[in-house]
Design a protein around this ligand. Structure first.
Ligand SMILES: [Zn+2]
Length: 556
């Protein structure tokens, strides 16, 4: 009974296919992406991939058998061969928890693609859930996986990285889906923060943190960018420059600075900030002794932020956070429970020249054993003329690595690659997202030929199926056109532009048997525009197709 149900779901899932009479340009490329791409290991603020004797070149055992997968569509926009397909694979969900898995996966897909993050590119994406029952519920701890398909586990009990013990099984599962699996996501049945980026995106079903980790890790793997937050070790891609004197990859997004002080050259300046302290203690707190750290300040800045992340601290009365003995009035995220969260406390005024002390004091003894300080950081800023802190300003903002090397990012805090609790990408990353997705998605899904007949006249119809962007977006999702999106469409027949069919997705030509005016070579050129793409050097927003009409309607 259960097996039958599973198979039915599987067939339903795989049944979403469409044929393409693809004739056109060479834009479409086979998907390899994350299956063979380099690993950007990120567990957001710490974590590194342990070794399993797994080949460094990413090769894997081809003999590993894929587990049985029950596949359901979660949000499907088009044929898998012309979409980027993201698949959630279940780990730590028993057969009784199958519905919970699909509910968790659907919630995560919706969280990152409805009204935020991946919303505008959603017509380029498909989301699927692929369920395999686990013998045991939940994920492993202290380095020991449970009896689950992919063997997810934490090292110790830290709410940080979640690793996988059986990558060969995950490979086989994704490979078995062919075109339908471009980005495998291993979803662990665990209510608390955790994850890992790289070849497989690993996340948990944490209500607050699952989407947060997922969109950040997908940012790495789909856009192919590094971090924007401080204290990492990988800063690369469209959102990073290493040297303020080198060409800025986002110079077409730069804002006009309010003053010219600090100018590097005529069109890019560095926003004035410094990081006097950052640390990742990952330490359990106790009521016997405060955790504190001393750091120096120069007295040369005007504002600062105290940034930290905590777990196991659900109540404001559980913890006191102080800077130089002054309480910072930390308040936990609502509805957090024992999960991890990131906090920013912005303060006007500079830190004086000399030594300062930041301290965390556990007040509630009952939290001992779970209350944890994960990370802490101090940043100082110039005034608003020297450091524009407001959203929407694009410039060169210094980012400080784990070795305190400086690179530069496009915005202060507009991007979820920096502020992991933020739901959206900056414009630079968003543009990169479009361009990377359009390497794998052709704007033209299909071009088909048909005939209609009325009062002894035949009409030949050519119908263009485009990826549903611009005016073709689902009207239930969009009442208003977004970001000035548009499709420009040009039709040609035998090299001559058919002006009367400009911007039409369907053209009708009278098919009179007495002459051959309908027969010939048709070409269609499509150009997509959106405010989110300013620079498209590789022509990813254009597509074309050739179609030969060789028969009359009456001959068919
Ligand atoms: Zn960004």
């Amino acid at each position: 009974m259960v097996l039958n149900r599973v198979l039915n779901i599987l067939l339903f899932g795989l049944g979403v296919q469409a044929s393409t009479g693809y004739l056109g340009d060479a834009q479409q490329q086979p998907m390899s992406m994350s299956k063979t791409g380099e690993s950007n290991v990120c567990a957001m603020h710490g974590g590194s991939l342990p070794s399993f004797g797994y080949a460094k070149d990413g090769s894997h055992s081809v003999s590993a058998l894929s587990p049985t997968l029950a596949i359901r569509p979660l949000a499907v926009s088009g044929p898998p061969e012309n979409r980027v397909d993201l698949v959630f694979f279940s780990d730590g969900y028993t057969i009784e928890e199958m519905d919970k898995f699909f509910t968790d996966a659907k919630r995560l897909a919706d969280d990152i693609s409805q009204n935020q993050t991946f919303f505008t590119v959603r017509p380029l994406l498909n989301f699927w859930g692929a369920f395999t029952p686990s013998e045991e519920s939940g994920i492993g701890a202290d380095g020991v996986p449970k009896k689950t398909p992919y063997g997810l586990y934490r090292e110790g009990t830290e709410l940080r990285a979640v690793y996988y013990a059986r990558p060969e099984v995950a490979h086989a599962a994704c490979d078995s889906m062919g075109d339908q699996c471009n980005y495998p996501i291993l979803l662990g049945n665990d209510p608390l923060y955790g994850g890992l980026g790289g070849e497989f995106t690993v996340i948990t079903s944490s209500i607050l943190n699952g989407p947060l980790v997922l969109r950040h890790e997908l940012g790495h793997s789909i856009i192919d960018v590094g971090e924007e937050y401080d204290g990492g070790f990988a800063y690369f891609g469209v959102n990073a420059v290493q040297d303020a004197h080198e060409p800025v990859s986002w110079d077409h997004w730069l804002s006009i600075p309010p003053s010219t002080s600090g100018s590097i050259n005529s069109d890019a300046r560095v926003e004035r900030s410094v990081m006097p302290m950052q640390t990742y203690p990952w330490t359990l707190l106790n009521t016997t002794q405060s955790w504190s750290i001393k750091f120096p300040a120069s007295g040369l800045y005007f504002r600062h932020v105290v940034r930290f992340s905590l777990s196991g601290l659900p109540e404001a009365t559980d913890l006191r956070v102080e800077l130089d003995g002054i309480e910072l009035d930390w308040v936990p995220k609502e509805g957090l429970g024992l999960d991890r969260w990131h906090y920013d406390i912005h303060r006007d005024g500079g830190l004086s020249d000399g030594e300062h002390i930041l301290s965390f004091t556990l007040l509630n003894q009952e939290r001992e054993g779970v209350a944890q300080l994960c990370s802490a950081e101090i940043l100082e800023f110039g005034d608003e003329d020297e450091f524009v802190s407001s959203p929407g300003f694009y410039s060169l903002y210094p980012t400080f690595s784990d070795k305190n090397e400086t690179s530069y990012r496009p915005t202060n805090e507009d991007c979820l690659m920096r502020i992991v609790t933020s739901p959206d990408l900056c414009k630079v990353c968003t543009e990169g997202l479009w361009i990377h997705l359009l390497k794998s998605v052709n704007l033209i899904d299909d071009l088909t030929e048909s005939c209609t007949h009325s009062s002894s006249t035949w009409t030949k119809i050519l119908t263009l199926d485009l990826v549903p962007l611009a005016h073709l977006r689902n009207p239930e999702e969009n009442n208003e056109p977004i970001n000035n999106e548009s499709y420009a469409i040009i039709w040609k027949k035998d090299g001559i532009v058919l002006d009367e069919f400009a911007n039409m997705t369907s053209i009708a030509i009278e098919d009179n048997d007495n002459n051959d005016q309908v027969l010939g070579r048709y070409e269609v050129f499509v150009k997509f525009s959106t405010d989110e793409i300013r620079l498209d050097e590789e022509g990813r927003t254009s597509s074309s197709r050739v179609y030969d009409v060789t028969t009359h309607c009456e001959d068919d």
